[in-house]
Design a protein around this ligand. Sequence first.
Ligand code: SAM
Length: 274
Amino acid sequence: MNVEDLPPLREALEAHGLWAKKSFGQHFLLDLNVTRKIARLAHVGEGDHVIEVGPGPGGLTRALLETGARVTTIEMDERFAPLLQEVADIAPNLTLVFGDALKADEAEIAAGQPAHVVSNLPYNVGTPLLIKWLTGPWTPRSLTLMFQREVADRITEGPGEDAYGRLAVIVQATCKAQRVMDAPARAFTPPPKVDSAVVHLTPLAERPSRERLDALQKITAAAFGQRRKMLRSSLKLMGGEELILAAGIDPQVRAEVVPVDGFLALADAWMARR
Ligand code: SAM
């Protein structure tokens, strides 16, 4: 497929009378240099299947198709159907799906084959989608995702850093996580109020079991629910000092300094007591 055969994204939007809707979290990337960079950072190409959530006008979709990958898009806003169909008409590697990505069955879309997720995520559903991909029944081969910068920090920061919390623990217990690109608000049309960043996540070969992840979610909810308190106080109802010592952790420390392995040990100790 040749992107040069398509009208520039701004023209395509105008021709279809389309504009960004706030309720769908729409902030578009209309600069192909930016979308090509994201496609490069995703490390996808010929032979790969990419699931892209929220193609909107299709800037990132075009860049992904240029890599030679097969792309399936999931878009909730059906206003984009005619515009995206124009791309699909010249790109046999593109499949369009319309609906809510939170409810999508990725295993069915991927048809039993491995698939990568790449998306400039809608800010209002970005975190629930990430949790779905990391803890749900279907696991992507990799995820390359644009988030608000503050959310990217909450994903990638480590113990002792300001944004380290529940999300970082769940993500880093299941994935290798790297922040790979910063995107200022002015890169988007219309510009959002805050800057963004791209994170690249590679699910670990040895991922915690469903049961262990459930326990981890409960432990981190209690521990970070009162992040300024010592663990022996925030985890009182889950087993207090006895549980914390069984996990080999000092009960006087606060959640914000406990590494991911420490939380996994707490989850194991909690499961062993039940
Ligand atoms: N990928 C485009 C780009 O980079 O220009 C658009 C990105 S925009 C931040 C987010 C897109 O996700 C919008 O097209 C929006 O309609 C779509 N969207 C919002 N919520 C969604 C959901 N629950 N499921 C699927 N798509 C959704």
